[in-house]
Design a protein around this ligand. Sequence first.
Ligand code: GUN
Ligand code: FE
Length: 460
Amino acid sequence: RLRIRFNTAVGVCTDESSNKNGKIEFIKENSENPLDDVKNFDPSLTYSDIAIIDYTHATHSSVFFLPGFVDTHIHASQYPNVGIFGNSTLLDWLQTYTFPLEASLQDLDMAQLVYERIVRRTLANGTTTAAYYTTIDAASTKLMGRICSELGQRALVGKVCMDACSPEYYVESTKESLRSCEEVLNFLQDELNDPKILPVLTPRFAPSCSRELMKGLAAESRSRGSLHIQTHLSENESEVDWVKSLFPECKSYTDVYDSCGLLHNKTILAHCIHLSDEEARTIQKRGSGISHCPISNTSITSGECRVRWLLDQGIDVGLGTDVSGGHTCSILACARQALLVSRHLAMKEKEEQNKERVKLTVAEALYLATLGGSRALDMGESLGSFEVGKQFDTQLVDVESQGSNVDVFPWQHSSLPAMKLTLHTPPLIAQENLLAKWFFNGDDRNVVRVWVGGKLSHTL
Ligand code: GUN
Ligand code: FE
């Protein structure tokens, strides 16, 4: 459900020595004087302690704050290939486009160029948290951690692990993979010293990992107090068949991961298109989250993920751009695609009474893009919506910013009084229409400012 707060004052702590730094301290709806609200909240504050960011002058109602987007699945290393996938499907796409590019990022100058660009681009699109895959290379993965920290994006950074069925120019031994993973973990946890940057263990997918590697990574996650884990699951039918032949002792693709101890509440599984009922039950029982990547799934023709079916079972679902299986860094674009893919599922739905149910609404797609993604990453307690105690990870959206692709015409600035009336009464309905216009036509030109943990990270 969409919640809109009008005339609201939000207090955020920006004291770096405080454990409340970056968090929302209070929210006051229908505020008449935000400055007084701050003073009343904490009388010990003086005016010089307070910075007011005032958007009350935005009298036309097309400016609003929205929780920052959460990208639950994105390959930073594949950014140079966005838009380039031809007619390929997953397994030939990996061999033709993806592995050669990832291998080339061993060059640190190249990695710097690519990683800096993608972090800036995702921030500009309103993404405040991203779960990144890099490559098998430890040095450039550490560089990625540093870049995210410096540019002020919250990130999970994962060195890709692969010791099987991979090209000889892009593979590690089991031992080397675990060692280089350890090196990255030590750097991100002990050296970088930025609470916004977290490590994520990243067995690429079952075909490129030995059982020994997957078990080793599961043990690493446990021994460091439940580290995040990310991987791909059930994306493409040929891939599912391949996994069956590689792991004949397992009941299913999901069971491969489960039997290695990889599934827990900090595990994020990308795609999950061709799951059986039993596999979904296992994921639900383990509390793992799912990253729905609708643009990638259509682009490399993997299939249509049944999001309503997953949500109905109480599984946390978020959105992933899956660059460069997906052709854009924009989570807003993915939210649109999630809505449209749900329409395709509705058109194919045999049971008349289910046709409406499988459709995702604008509000639900925005939920997946924000709080849903936070929950899928097991960070729903601290991210994804405006609540006291949560991080102020926020985008300021102006539907009618300079050069915006969104035309609110003819209502918004029309001199026709009747038209104005339909827009402004009742206000909530008007706001929802405005939001829908932005949802379907908006882009990075509408993202005016982005804050991560109360700190300004992007300005249009
Ligand atoms: N499965 C294994 N590796 C990849 C990858 O890089 N992208 C996608 N979409 N699926 C994968
Ligand atoms: Fe992927």
